[in-house]
Design a protein around this ligand. Structure first.
Ligand code: FAD
Length: 290
């Protein structure tokens, strides 16, 4: 099933993200965690690629396993930064062979070495280059968007202009970077709709369940931490059980507010944590009808 058909339904949807193992030895434990999350029967599950996770083979193995064993639709991430045309074509063939219908087409982060290089000759400089190629192969394509502006962008207007190019190239839906203040998303949605971007936008929510994660999340995403969230970390950060409970409650509260404000599709960055995914789903059971 195509993810776009799930997102266009008239009902609320919640999906979960998992990441592949970095090593062979971690494969079984990651597979077990992703299967536990799949048992919750989310709207779909996405499996990340590369940075922070394992190789393309692991992404495919995990995605195929979730789909075949649990009947949950999967979205496989693919990045293209510094890839050759041959590598990307090989990945496309592997995705097809694994029966993957949905791909999140990304550029990937530039490493410090890449930043200093002349990138003009690269086959794929931006996600839009990958989207154009994947489109030919009939995948349902998603892309990333940034309510608080991508860190490399000069300003939001420029970032939205490039986002529109991705949609025009064939990106059928967008998933946002994590954010902790829903007003930033509402503002962003208003601006992109005004710019003529009409595809579904899936709101990305990261449940912060320990104090260490806070710093990592801010460093990675550059997201603004509202005072309400900072107070919560200050108060409960040194007590792991309390922090986890407070972080799940905060994410739940964000999701309820999004649903109440007609944002119908939410993607939870569940980070291979079945207990966190389960708790959030339970908190929303009547809202989601599950
Ligand atoms: P792009 O859309 O190419 O944008 C990158 C920058 O280039 C932006 O500033 C944009 O405004 C600018 N730009 C775009 N087109 C042009 C142009 N024609 N000319 C000049 N500037 C341009 N990373 C991973 O490694 N693996 C993952 O699985 C993964 N999953 C992610 C999922 C989501 C939902 C999100 C939000 C991010 C994810 N990332 C992942 C991180 C992502 O790879 C980085 O944020 C990366 O820096 C940008 O990727 P992009 O696809 O948004 O790039």
């Amino acid at each position: 099933m195509k993810v776009i058909d799930i997102l266009k339904k008239d009902t609320l949807s919640m999906s979960f993200e998992v990441f592949p193992p970095k090593t062979d030895s971690a494969f079984e434990s990651v597979r077990a965690a992703t299967e536990e999350i799949a048992q919750l029967q989310p709207a779909f599950m996405s499996v990340t690629y590369g940075a922070g996770g394992g190789t393309s083979a692991y992404t495919l193995d995990i995605a195929r396993n979730i789909k075949e064993r649990h009947g949950v639709e999967t979205l496989a991430h693919l990045t293209c930064v510094s890839s050759t045309r041959e590598t990307v074509r090989q990945r496309i063939a592997e995705l097809k062979a694994a029966g993957i219908e949905n791909v999140m087409a990304l550029r990937g982060d530039l490493t410090p070495e890449m930043e200093g290089q002349d990138r003009s000759g690269w086959a794929y400089r931006y996600a839009v280059d990958l989207i154009a190629e994947l489109r030919e192969h009939g995948f349902c394509l998603g892309g990333a968007c940034y309510p608080e502006v991508h860190p490399e962008s000069a300003d939001q207007k420029t970032d939205i202009r490039h986002l529109k190019e991705k949609v025009e190239a064939g990106c059928q839906f967008l998933t946002t970077q994590m954010f902790f203040d829903n007003n930033l998303l509402y503002n962003f949605l208003y601006k992109i709709r005004e710019a003529g971007i009409t595809v579904p936008v899936v709101a990305g929510i990261m449940p912060i369940t320990n104090a260490v994660q806070v710093e990592r999340a801010i460093k990675l995403s550059g997201s603004h931490m509202p005072q309400r969230f900072k107070s919560l970390v200050d108060k409960f950060g040194s007590d792991p059980a309390a922090m986890k409970q407070a972080g799940i409650a905060y994410a739940t509260d964000q999701i309820i507010d999004l649903f109440a404000n007609n944002v119908t599709n939410v993607h939870v960055y569940s980070m291979n944590k079945p207990d966190v995914a389960r708790q959030i789903q339970q908190n929303l059971s009547d809202i989601l009808g599950k």
